[in-house]
Design a protein around this ligand. Structure first.
Ligand SMILES: O=C(CO)[C@H](O)[C@H](O)COP(=O)(O)O
Ligand SMILES: [Fe+2]
Length: 230
């Protein structure tokens, strides 16, 4: 298992002060920034694009984890890589040629990840594990922040952790297991126990509306994860 990462989703940040929000949440102890891109086609919501990524990039050296909820995917990959994405993940259902899209992300200079919706089978990962650095398991249906964690996803996290561990033993290639949707201080422990090492949280962190609040939530989340890993 790799070191844990806490990645606040800026979907719930104050968009009028996005650069400061990015700086504040990292200064409050977060590891990464999670950047949700929605196109009103693959998901019924519309958010932010590469020009916003480019604008916030100077505010932090932390990794920016771009979660693409768009269809088609490929034309946007080089745009986001150029704007400063460290990680680019996309949904299996949104690309006609998953292997090609993964390679395109790698060739663009970002780390590739594949996203599975709550009802997407784990078998979708067959034959591409060697091409991905992260598996993102959605624990809500994509499209909106502030939804409730779907408990059935815990079983899937356990399955994917076993898969990633087996892959590591066989090849030495480590793959992160990220969980996104409804992650809070009171459920992050069981999500970690199931095998996640990377945690996205939007409303739980930015809902606190102050640097002190962000720090309290991030510290409580880290402590809850450490307590189950100890
Ligand atoms: O990808 C997403 C929604 O599609 C968001 O990253 C996710 O919902 C985070 O928000 P919250 O922690 O409030 O659930
Ligand atoms: Fe997300």
């Amino acid at each position: 298992m790799q070191d844990i990462r806490i990645a606040p989703s800026i979907l719930s940040a104050d968009f009028a002060r996005l650069g400061e929000e990015v700086r504040d949440v990292i200064a409050s102890g977060a590891d990464w920034i999670h950047f949700d891109v929605m196109d009103n086609h693959y998901v019924p919501n519309l958010t932010i694009g590469p020009c916003v990524l480019k604008a916030i990039r100077p505010y932090t050296e932390a990794d920016i984890d771009v979660h693409l909820m768009v269809e088609p995917v490929d034309s946007l990959v080089p745009e986001f890589a150029k704007a400063g994405a460290d990680w680019i993940t996309f949904h299996v259902e949104a690309s006609r040629h998953v292997d090609r899209t993964l390679q395109l992300i790698r060739d663009s200079g970002a780390k590739p990840g594949l996203v599975l919706n709550p009802a997407t089978p784990v078998e979708s990962l067959n034959y591409v594990l060697d091409k991905i650095d992260m598996i993102l398991l959605m624990s809500v249906n994509p499209g909106f922040g502030g939804q409730k964690f779907i408990p059935g996803v815990l079983r899937k996290i356990r399955e994917v952790r076993a898969l990633a561990d087996r892959h590591f033993e066989e090849t030495g290639h480590a793959i992160r297991v990220e969980v996104d949707g409804g992650v809070k201080t009171d459920n992050i422990g069981e999500i970690a126990r199931a095998g996640a090492d990377t945690f996205v949280a939007g409303s739980a962190i930015f809902g606190r509306k102050s640097k002190e609040g962000y720090r309290e939530v991030i510290e409580a989340m880290r402590a809850a994860v450490k307590s189950v890993q100890a």
